[in-house]
Design a protein around this ligand. Structure first.
Ligand SMILES: [Zn+2]
Ligand SMILES: [Zn+2]
Length: 336
């Protein structure tokens, strides 16, 4: 635990505090802003980003072809694809999400380098941009200022938001966010400066090269399965958190918000489907009341703490969770 007590009340006070003595982690702007109001009048026109439409279409066609190639791949290649899936997923969940967007724990330099490399393997925009968009998502959830506003439907919150220009409010609110912690993180800034090269290496070259070099897999199969298919699966697993977990599932912690507890998403996104809990307590490193249960990312962070590579995991106390369930839950809470 840090000196910043992970109590809901104290956190809210810290968010509103303007004196300089709050812990830097507490300055993370991930609490919902009730004061924001969408602008009246007609919505701005939707502007397509055709480059992304074409790239995403080609990527998904390539991934579908990769599925057909699975029977021709060696078991080692399939195992390697799974390893790449888990590594890149961790780069998003343990890295861009829980560490850099929410500052839910602290990571040593070697771990931050590892997570930044894994994050480049996931190729979902650099950490700085990902974390900025994600803080805006929490702060202005389901409004015009939410980059993947689930109020605009499943398709928009899943992939559509990447195929059109951002709503002006997303850009405006993103610019006003407090991001000094990210700007001060040398690993984040280094990854941002060398992002294209790191993606080329981590997302495509290494997933392809390893099976070809070490066990003689064909470059064709190595390109379509561990690189393209694996990349597409990680993308969709992440997007499901924004789409499915904002639409289907229970709301045991806060019935007044859209995000839900979704078991399928929990499984596919290695622990990120406890989304009603997560939006209620965004600073909890486990993103769930249940710790490691169904939560590979939490297990990973715990293991890193065990190795001495991470520390200061923030957790919400049982009493705070219980009182929140009583106060705002939808009555569906089960213990365990
Ligand atoms: Zn969300
Ligand atoms: Zn989050």
């Amino acid at each position: 635990m840090t000196g910043c007590e992970p109590l809901e009340k104290k956190k809210q006070q810290q968010h509103t505090s303007v004196n300089g003595d709050v812990c830097s982690e507490a300055a993370v702007e991930d609490a919902f802003d009730h004061t924001y109001k969408e602008k009246e009048g007609p919505k701005p026109p939707r502007v397509m980003v055709w480059r992304n439409v074409i790239l995403m279409t080609l990527l998904h066609i390539g991934a579908a072809y990769g599925l057909f190639l699975i029977p021709t791949a060696s078991p080692s290649t399939l195992l390697w694809s799974l390893v790449c899936f888990l590594l890149s997923a961790l780069g998003v969940t343990a890295g861009a999400h829980r560490l850099w967007s929410h500052r839910a724990y602290k990571a040593s330099l070697p771990l931050r380098i590892f997570l930044a490399l894994s994050n480049s393997m996931a190729f979902q925009n650099d950490i700085f941009e990902w974390a900025r968009d994600h803080r805006v998502h929490h702060k202005y959830s389901e409004t015009d200022a939410d980059p993947h506003n689930a109020g605009r439907g499943f398709f928009f919150s899943h992939i559509g938001w990447l195929l059109v220009r951002k709503h002006p409010d997303v850009i405006e609110k993103g610019r006003k966010l407090e991001l000094s912690d990210l700007l001060a993180d040398k690993v984040v800034m280094f990854q941002r400066r060398h992002y294209k090269l790191s993606v080329l290496l981590m997302c495509f070259f290494i997933p392809m090269f390893v099976p070809w070099y070490f066990w003689g897999e064909s470059l064709w199969v190595a390109y379509f399965i561990p690189a393209l298919l694996r990349y597409t699966l990680v993308l969709n697993a992440t997007w499901l958190v924004n789409s499915a977990a904002h639409m289907w599932g229970n709301r045991p912690y806060d019935r007044n918000i859209n995000p839900r507890e979704n078991r399928f998403v929990t499984f596919s996104a290695i622990g990120e489907g406890f989304h009603n809990y997560h939006h209620t307590f965004p600073y909890d490193y486990a993103t769930s009341e249940y710790g490691c249960k169904l939560n590979l990312t939490t297990c990973f962070i715990d293991f890193m703490c065990f190795l001495g590579l991470a520390k200061d995991r923030k957790r919400v106390s049982r009493e705070v969770v219980q009182s929140r369930i009583q106060r705002t839950g939808d009555g569906s809470h089960r213990s365990g």
